[in-house]
Design a protein around this ligand. Structure first.
Ligand code: ADP
Ligand code: MG
Length: 702
């Protein structure tokens, strides 16, 4: 922009900073400009007029401000255990202050016979109160005259604390900065009518109030405004991407529903579709008929019947003279899809092939040729399908099964396979929390299948500790005697493939002692087996030749054995929620009553206990996904780690759901109504988007 704003000034230019502190702020907090400092938000506010007595500290005390003298301090321990301990005294008692880092610096700073104002969090060690890494200042140095009574405390680092930039001192910098900023530096970026309807604090005021609020109420309002802004801008960007693609991208048109689709639907479909399946099919049908490319995320719970929807989509493509591919994350799953789809298509004039990493060279050559010549309509496989050598005559639809994220790079590979980009349907492995889907995948259209096929009996899930394993195995035996099949799953130990393997082998031996080989047949599948052996073991279980499947999580996704009715998960405390849900989804696929037994050790962490509890309480994958998000936080949910879309500075996907819903609603309306933002009311927003294009907080991180 031509008229540069004061916000772009280098941080060194701010009163009280200078090159030395400037360097520290850049290195430690990534604060380069006035704007960065303005966007460095306080952790909390303290009432600076509120000073407590040390004797008032009790087990419920959280953050507290006290005043006193320090006459004594000691450096204890050596090496990593080295710490500085000081005794703070006021007339009511004394409090231990502890520093685990920067002891040397702190020691230099400490002075006797002066009164300190000390602020920090109380913790208890051997029932004795202590405050570690407090904010410390000489009381006489503090000039509170005329300052707002709510004082902001900022995130900082140990290094900065010892260089005159502790959480309070940063506040003083901000205090100097705020009066220099005016409305032209922070123009409103939300349309005025929305600011009014939603009673949002105007932008400049919100920035002032979030740092130095006149009251807690003003702070909350400022926070709400800035969270809304953050989410609204992200939603506007998502909607622009989506709407522009939907309106302006060139896409293959599936003109009509034809012979194959209709014949299959009327004569071959082994059941009636659920309402949810029909709805999604209709959405796909509409998407693919418009002449624009489809990019759809299909969220469905485990067992909701996504495969058949995919197949019908592929038949639709075939009816219109286009080929389809279906990608699965594992070889086993690809094999199973191939077998299942081939069975369903028996008798129909559709050619289907499978292509994976282990396809033999000669067979592969033939398949590649058939694909290129258009002799084959459907190909199922792993990512081997999108390798460069694979060429299609007319690829019209790509289905990605059991994966959340289909990366940009992979998309690009797909695009290169056809003159007009094929339609893409991504099917998730387990549901994603709604807030996460809205933010991480907001640029995709998405469908939800929240209905299970009729006749399914809910799976009963129980928790047992190791000492009950004998009883559990007796139960397993009774199920096998009724003709059922059983999974026994061991955790994959991430740090060590070797450990996982040993764990599994031990487990296998143990299972054999309960189920002697002359009477029971056991399959075992794990990551170290050659592909052929894995497949063979899998096949035997699928065909009912073996009654027990002992495995690591390699069978986790997608595998379908309707006769299996018991899922035993060993060391289940080591699994994440979505993984447990996915594993449990391997049973309950037939008409028999199914069970899932979560075995754990005696001692459980709180989080593990919580996970087990929710698993026992519900079978609803959407509920479990919400809980998962709550327990782990958005950064840890599968497939979203690298997605910058989740790096919100203020908004939380767990606590700010309502704000997010509102941001989404209004962003959708706005983009729908005025895609190019030509209306006067949307001009400020347009300018803001243009000015901040490609500029994000994290793009600076080198
Ligand atoms: P997922 O959504 O987990 O991929 P699948 O597509 O593997 O689920 O379907 C699970 C099982 O449900 C399969 O055995 C499938 O044949 C069956 N199924 C799918 N849709 C229906 C339906 N509408 N009615 C009855 N069974 C169905
Ligand atoms: Mg599936």
């Amino acid at each position: 922009m031509i008229n540069s704003s004061i916000l772009e000034s280098p941080i060194d230019y701010l009163k009280g900073i200078g090159p030395l502190k400037g360097d520290l702020l850049r290195k430690e907090l990534n604060i380069h400009s006035f704007e960065d400092l303005l966007n460095h938000f306080p952790l909390r506010h303290i009432d600076r007029t509120q000073v407590n007595f040390i004797s008032e500290i009790n087990f419920n005390t959280d953050f507290i401000q006290v005043k006193g003298y320090i006459d004594d301090w000691q450096v204890l321990g050596v090496g990593r255990a080295k710490r500085l301990v000081a005794q703070l005294k006021d007339k009511s008692g004394d409090l231990e202050l502890v520093w685990f880092q920067g002891a040397n610096w702190i020691e230099k700073m400490l002075e006797r016979r002066v009164e300190w104002l000390v602020y920090g969090k109380i913790s208890f060690f051997n029932s004795k109160a202590q405050m570690s890494h407090p904010e410390m200042e000489i009381a006489a140095d503090i000039n509170v005259e005329g300052m707002p009574f709510l004082e902001p405390i900022y995130p900082t680092t140990e290094k900065l604390k010892t260089r005159g930039l502790n959480g309070r001192q940063i506040g003083k910098l901000v205090y100097n900065l705020l009066p220099q900023i005016n409305a032209k530096d922070l123009p409103e970026n939300i349309p005025q009518h929305l600011v009014e309807t939603l009673r949002l604090t105007p932008r400049l005021k919100a920035y002032c109030d979030i740092h130095y609020p006149p009251s807690q109420e003003y702070y909350q309002q400022a926070l709400r405004r800035l969270k809304f802004e953050e989410l609204f801008i992200a939603q506007i960007r998502h909607n622009l991407t989506r709407v522009r693609r939907n309106r302006h991208s060139r896409g293959i048109r599936f003109e009509s529903v034809g012979q194959l689709f209709n014949t299959f639907y009327e004569k071959y479909l082994p059941f009636t579709l659920t309402g949810a399946q029909k709805r999604v099919l209709k959405e796909i049908r509409q998407d693919t008929a418009r002449g624009h490319q489809m990019n759809r995320l299909l969220q469905g719970d485990v067992g909701s019947g996504k495969t058949i929807v995919a197949l019908l989509g592929m038949l639709l493509a075939a009816d219109n003279g286009y080929q389809s591919c279906m990608m699965a994350p594992t070889e086993i799953l690809a094999q199973q899809h191939f077998a299942g789809l081939s069975e369903l298509l028996k008798g129909l004039p559709v050619e289907i092939r499978i292509l994976t990493g282990s396809t033999k060279a000669k067979v592969r050559r033939d398949i590649l040729k058939e694909l290129e010549e258009g002799l084959v309509q459907l190909v199922v496989g792993t990512h081997a399908i999108i390798e460069e050598k694979v060429k299609f005559k007319s690829l019209g639809l790509a289905i990605v099964d059991e994966q959340h994220r289909f990366g940009v790079a992979q998309r690009a590979k797909l695009w290169s396979k056809a003159a007009i980009p094929p339609h893409v349907l991504v099917m998730t492995a387990t549901p994603i929390p709604r807030t996460l889907a809205m933010t991480a995948y907001g640029d995709l259209d998405y469908s939800i299948m929240d209905e299970l096929p009729p006749g399914r009996q809910p799976i009963t899930t129980i928790h047992r500790t190791d000492i009950h394993r004998m009883k559990v195995m007796e139960f397993v035996r009774s199920e096998i005697d009724k003709g059922r099949q059983v999974y026994v799953i061991y955790p994959l130990i991430e740090e060590s493939e070797k450990l996982s393997y040993e764990d599994l082998m031990q487990g296998y031996e143990q299972v054999k002692t309960y189920f002697p080989e002359h009477k029971y047949k056991i399959s075992m599948v794990h990551g170290r087996q050659p592909a052929e052996q894995k497949e063979e073991n899998m096949r035997r279980f699928v065909n009912g030749e073996t009654e027990i499947m002992v495995s690591t999580t390699v069978i986790e996704v997608g595998v379908n054995v309707p006769n299996a009715s018991v899922m035993i998960i060993e060391s289940s405390e080591k699994f994440g929620l979505s993984q447990l849900h996915q594993l449990r989804g391997r049973v309950g696929r037939g008409s028999e009553k199914s069970y899932c037994v979560l075995l754990t050790g005696q001692k459980l962490s709180n989080d593990a206990r919580e996970r087990i509890k929710i698993m026992c309480a519900t079978n609803d994958g959407f509920k479990i996904a919400e809980k998962d998000l709550e327990l782990r936080g958005p950064g840890e949910i599968e497939g979203t780690k690298q997605s910058g879309a989740l790096n919100f500075k203020l908004a939380s996907l767990i606590n700010d759901r309502e704000i997010l819903e509102a941001a989404k609603l209004y962003a959708e309306r706005l983009v729908e109504d005025d895609e190019n933002m030509d209306k006067a009311e949307n001009l400020p927003l347009k300018n803001y988007l243009l000015a901040t294009k490609g500029k994000t907080a994290w793009s600076k991180i080198s």
